[in-house]
Design a binder for this molecule. Structure first.
Ligand code: TEU
Length: 632
């Protein structure tokens, strides 16, 4: 890159830097402003120093931000050039949350045999790749994202034999299987951590971030945990602190320790040797932390909600570690990788997933899940114009060397459809329209279990209905520390709780939706009476049958995976209109992003209608109407 950025640098110079670009984009978006503002000479020529004086908000010491920028000296390759074909650019992924998918033995917890018993349903839907949320041995403080033993299967889910059988059944059906790889942290019950804690001379001390105790007075730095409170545990008996960015039982690994990395690489190879096809990598952008673990900037902490984040969300050795994993473990097995990367914007993502970079194949960004100014725990109505802008931005600027992951739901979020239409008035048409956008935009679609039947938020009644450690900690923090009334705290927690995504999969209209014959570890409401796989299979107009047709169409036509996209009337709010063009084939997609009836924009009479979420497109566009045509 050349020149280092300093407080004398101009805003436009910072914006020209990939990390600077993404940070400025994030700040402007949250202020509901456009990036174009930086092109305004008065704004663009403003020096950082002047800016921090102007905002009157004490930016504090933004030296750490400049260091963050200056550690990245690479720039993304130009996005032009031919797109390279790859199986994972054409595939349909499906995330399974094993605890809630299918219980085969009546203990109320989903398991591997349960998954095996449902593979034919997934095959029939058109799924190519399964992603399993963690199935490793775990005390389940965070439902398996706290791994105690990477080489064992969680007893609740079955045995290693069950796993081997699952893998072979998946492959038999011509599908692939990827596992969740949680290597930013382990459970505090992992033997490495236990030895490290109890023996200060053990080599494992260096596997984690331990710091001297000072009698437990003040934590080593001011970082906060994503699950409330300080990011440090104090161990009285040993008079020592240890770092955990997530729950108190999820201890962060020290990636600067070569020996630890070697053990992780060995473990990855062990799973690949079994024949699995790749990994989804949990919070993988957090693995490299700034040396010395300096205090987080208070202002940034306030803005983002978590203090310390600038010291690890794009750490100084992140690229190095990702390349090491790829070279030493993934490449020999041609394993696929998708990184979960909270906080990473588009330009940084190009440096992490570009096909010339040899780091990751794809990443999950979460920037589309809430509209500007809102967070997951706000109760508000999502405006789909924002999703449209986000998709247009990625489609136009991500380039041909990166491929986008297209998703609305996962196990960490309330249902997207309920954010758009909280009372469910348009549930079916909306589910279908969102599916149309997901399967006809450029990128790889990832379904989360239940998407295919139009799963929506639950009607939780009390805190006892919830199980998630994040929700329970937050409730406690809101009521005890922030003195919120119980009603208000519940409202907040219910709006954002991850448990909306974790209630049992709805298979049929019998009790518990056919998920278990026992008593489920978490209960959903009685929505399964109507929305379930069995009933929807029998109804030609169901969300499920719509998905099947849509997936089949996507597989027939390469245009959806690789085609160019040409947006039409892209500045007109409420409509999302585009052509997908590939080797002479052309498809037109039209969506009404609102619940209002709207006059049609493009004359589609001459086109051949392939799929619609209404019986037949009329003169006007109906609420959330979505159509796919062939022609131009
Ligand atoms: O999630 C990481 C993450 O940052 C979130 O989506 C998180 O749940 C939320 O932002 C917290 O406020 C991953 C996993 O997907 C999640 O289930 C785990 O709890 C977390 O990592 C820790 O392993």
């Amino acid at each position: 890159m050349g020149q280092l950025l300093t407080s004398e640098s101009k805003l436009k110079e910072v914006y020209a830097h990939p990390v600077g670009h993404d940070i400025i984009h994030r700040v402007l978006t949250s202020l509901k402003l456009k990036d174009a503002l930086v092109n305004n000479p008065i704004v663009g020529n403003m020096r950082l120093q002047t800016l921090s004086g102007l905002i009157k908000k004490n930016l504090g010491d933004y030296g750490s931000l400049l260091t963050l920028l200056n550690t990245e000296q690479d720039i993304p390759a130009s996005g032009n050039g031919r797109i390279q074909e790859a199986w994972w650019k054409e595939a349909v992924f499906y995330q399974i949350y094993p605890r809630s998918f299918m219980d085969s033995d009546g203990d109320g917890i989903g398991d591997l045999q349960g998954i095996i018993s449902r593979l034919d349903d997934l095959k029939e839907l058109g799924v190519d790749v399964l992603w399993l949320s963690p199935v490793y041995d775990s005390p389940n403080d965070d439902n398996g994202y706290d791994i105690r033993d990477y080489y064992q299967i969680m007893r609740d889910f079955g045995t290693m034999d069950d796993f081997d059988q699952l893998l072979s059944e998946v492959h038999k059906r011509g599908m692939r299987l990827i596992m969740d790889l949680v290597i930013n942290h382990t459970s505090d019950e992992h033997k490495w951590f236990q030895e490290a804690l109890h023996d200060s001379d053990s080599k494992y001390r260096n596997y984690y971030h331990f710091r001297p105790g000072n009698g437990g007075k003040t934590p080593p730095n001011n970082w906060t945990s994503f699950f409330s409170g300080s990011a440090w545990n104090y161990y009285k008996e040993q008079d020592v602190w240890a770092l955990h960015l997530f729950s108190k039982k999820q201890m962060d690994l020290n990636w600067d320790c070569k020996e630890m990395r070697e053990e992780i690489l060995t473990m990855i190879r062990w799973w690949l040797e079994k024949g699995i096809d790749g990994f989804r990598m949990d919070v993988i952008n957090y693995i490299s932390k700034v040396e010395g673990l300096p205090d987080g900037n208070e202002t940034i902490g306030e803005l983002i909600g978590y203090r310390g984040i600038e010291n690890y969300f794009y750490g100084p050795r992140l690229h190095e570690y990702l390349r090491e994993i790829r070279k030493e473990a993934f490449d020999p097995y041609q394993a696929y990788s998708v990184g979960e990367m909270p906080g990473i914007g588009m330009e940084m993502s190009k440096l992490l997933t570009g096909d010339d970079r040899k780091e990751l194949d794809m990443m999950f960004s979460f920037d589309h899940l809430e509209t500007p100014g809102h967070n997951r725990f706000d109760d508000y109505r999502y405006d789909l114009n924002f999703l449209k802008e986000y998709l247009i931005d990625y489609t136009e600027h991500y380039g041909n060397h990166c491929h986008m992951a297209l998703f609305y739901n996962n196990h960490d979020n309330p249902k997207f459809i309920s954010k758009v239409d909280p009372d469910g008035t348009y549930r079916d048409v909306l589910a279908k329209m969102l599916a149309v956008i997901q399967f006809t935009s450029r990128g790889t679609p990832y379904l989360f279990q239940g998407d295919e039947i139009g799963a929506a938020n639950q009607h939780f009644q009390s805190i006892d209905d919830l199980r998630d450690v994040e929700s329970l900690n937050l409730y406690q923090q809101l009521t005890e520390e922030r003195k919120m009334t119980k009603e208000k705290a519940l409202e907040t927690v219910f709006a954002g709780t991850r448990d909306h995504a974790r209630t049992p999969m709805q298979w049929n209209p019998t009790e518990n939706g056919g998920f278990t014959t026992g008593s489920p570890w978490i209960s959903g409401d009685r929505d399964y009476l109507v929305y379930n796989v069995e009933s929807e299979s029998e109804d030609p107009d169901s969300v499920l049958n719509f998905y099947k047709r849509l997936i089949a169409l996507r597989k027939e036509e390469k245009a959806f995976a690789y085609g160019e996209t040409e947006f039409v009337k892209k500045h007109v709010k409420g409509f999302f209109l585009y052509y997908r063009i590939y080797h002479g084939d052309c498809f037109f997609i039209e969506c009404n992003l609102t619940p209002k009836i709207k006059e049609r924009f493009v004359d589609t009479k001459k086109y051949e209608l392939l799929l619609s979420n209404y019986e037949k497109p009329g003169n006007d566009m109906m609420p959330y109407e979505a159509n796919i045509y062939r022609g131009r």
